[in-house]
Design a protein around this ligand. Structure first.
Ligand SMILES: Cc1cc2nc3c(=O)[nH]c(=O)nc-3n(C[C@H](O)[C@H](O)[C@H](O)COP(=O)(O)OP(=O)(O)OC[C@H]3O[C@@H](n4cnc5c(N)ncnc54)[C@H](O)[C@@H]3O)c2cc1C
Length: 330
């Protein structure tokens, strides 16, 4: 690319997206479908964010989102497509009896859905946005931790809102303090590969089974792992109480929480997982936040609900906003 002396070069893409979690990926797909050029940056080694699946000791373990539900037509259409391609199926209709509402899973783990959405999208990983600037010519400049400067006509950040705030607050006036003041619940989790069946009953998931535990999944009964493996998520209070405790103590206490679900099996391998930004406590009242003046949009599950479908809906709304902002600029 060439540039006039003394002037910054023009934007490389119409829309730059920070975050390749579900919201960012859905938005990227919609923007490409609308004919805009898009680039997505994520600080992780791969796409998916909280849609995370780990392979360990022959097991396949979902360690972020465990399943999802569908209410609206937008996600419903995508689920029909995923189901027809064998990427999604119903796990069960509830964990404490049949309540008639399907719980969907990725047949190869939740992260496989992120990978499917990421196909053919220009994604840069690992690429952590460390600074942003809205320049005099009305373009965004985002600098990543490898020193690259990405230039775009619009910016969509789907990072957790405190991180979005620290990236853009110097460039934008009128950022809503309330949303950035809101904190996220944390989750401490234990992933355990077993040498035999666990004590978790079919269908392989239990919600709030004992004090301190939010959810336990048997990834084998769930149908994603060839060998028995548990995901044990502590609840927000338990996780907050121990967040800064000694790592060995946390691991030992997580093992105590997990013990009743391990039953007679022995542990082959165990790992602790920490989610600092697991669940936004008070979602914003609108599906995204838009600044017309700088063509900045903020999205993610903090805006449309702290779950898979909230992240999806926010990504869709954010993409619509970016399309409008970019078209009004032309
Ligand atoms: C333990 C746990 C269990 C859950 N269980 C369920 C469940 O069973 N059902 C359900 O519906 N939902 C569940 N959820 C919630 C669901 O996972 C989220 O709502 C959804 O995945 C959020 O997607 P997102 O795109 O908004 O955010 P994220 O997935 O968090 O994506 C944001 C992305 O931004 C990236 N990022 C952040 N800062 C930067 C930066 N400076 N530069 C570049 N990239 C950056 C991050 O790496 C991340 O990939 C669970 C979440 C957790 C943590």
């Amino acid at each position: 690319m060439t540039s006039r002396p003394g002037r910054a070069p023009g934007p490389e893409v119409d829309a730059l997206i920070i975050g390749a979690g579900l919201s960012g990926l859905v938005a990227a797909r919609q923007l490409l479908a609308a004919g805009l050029s898009v680039r997505v940056l994520d600080k992780g080694r791969s796409v998916g964010g909280r849609l995370a699946t780990r392979r360990m000791a022959g097991a396949v373990v979902d360690h972020g989102a465990q399943f999802f539900t569908v209410r609206g037509p937008s996600l419903s259409a995508q689920v029909d497509d995923w189901t027809s391609r064998g990427l999604v199926r119903v796990w069960c209709n509830g964990f404490d009896g049949d309540d008639g509402h399907p719980r969907y899973i990725g047949t190869a783990g939740m992260n496989s859905l992120a990978k499917d959405l990421a196909a053919r999208v220009d994604i840069r990983v690992p690429s952590m946005a460390v600074a942003t600037r809205f320049d005099d010519l009305g373009h965004w400049e985002v600098t990543t931790d490898d020193g690259t400067v990405h230039r775009s006509a619009s910016l969509l950040s789907t990072a957790p809102v405190p991180q979005s705030f620290s990236l853009v607050f110097e460039s934008v006036e009128g950022l809503p303090r309330e949303v950035f003041d809101a904190d996220y619940d944390r989750t401490l989790g234990l992933l355990v590969v077993l040498d035999g069946p666990s004590a978790v009953p079919p269908p392989g998931g239990v919600q709030h089974p004992r004090p301190g535990v939010a959810f336990v999944a048997d990834n084998s009964l769930k149908g994603i792992s060839p060998v028995p493996a548990l995901t044990v998520h502590a609840d927000p209070e338990w996780s907050l109480d121990r967040w800064d405790a000694d790592a060995d103590l946390v691991e030992s206490e997580l093992h105590q929480l997990a013990e009743p679900f391990i039953g007679q099996a022995s542990i082959v391998e165990a790992q602790v997982k920490r989610w600092r930004f697991a669940t936004p406590r008070q979602p914003w009242s609108e599906r995204c936040w838009i600044d017309d003046g700088t063509r900045l949009v903020l999205g993610g599950d903090a805006f449309a609900g702290p779950r898979f479908e909230g992240a999806w809906d926010s990504g869709v709304a954010a993409a619509e906003a970016v399309v409008t902002l970019c078209r009004s600029r032309r």
